[in-house]
Design a protein around this ligand. Structure first.
Ligand SMILES: [Fe+2]
Length: 107
């Protein structure tokens, strides 16, 4: 089964629903020794983290290969940090909302 991957297609007209489900990617450090920090929501619009509605996991992929994943309980803040060595590769972060599926952003 292939899961649908949701993305914002029109950033200028993105809804709050789209913004809060989109991973926010920050990369610091040099190309060969970088850290990637992924939190939830663009433009300061945070996703809920409650028993009923929460982010189950965040993962990072380089050229389509998963390099790290963190799982979250409803009581945990959905922030993930990984070491990154993806020089010249496409870096993508994905997050799974228990109600609204997988959402993706490219670094
Ligand atoms: Fe959600």
């Amino acid at each position: 089964m292939t899961e649908t991957i949701n993305r914002i297609t029109d950033m200028a007209n993105a809804s709050d629903f789209e913004l809060k489900h989109t991973p926010n990617i920050e990369i610091t450090g040099s190309d060969d020794n970088a850290t990637i920090r992924v939190s939830m929501g663009l433009q300061g619009i945070a996703h809920p983290q409650t028993e009923e509605h929460y982010i189950e996991w965040i993962r990072v992929l380089c050229d389509g290969t998963e390099i790290g994943r963190m799982d979250f309980a409803p009581s945990e803040a959905p922030v993930a940090e990984f070491k990154l060595d993806c020089s010249g590769k496409v870096v993508v972060a994905q997050a799974l909302c228990n109600l609204h599926g997988i959402w993706e952003a490219q670094a």
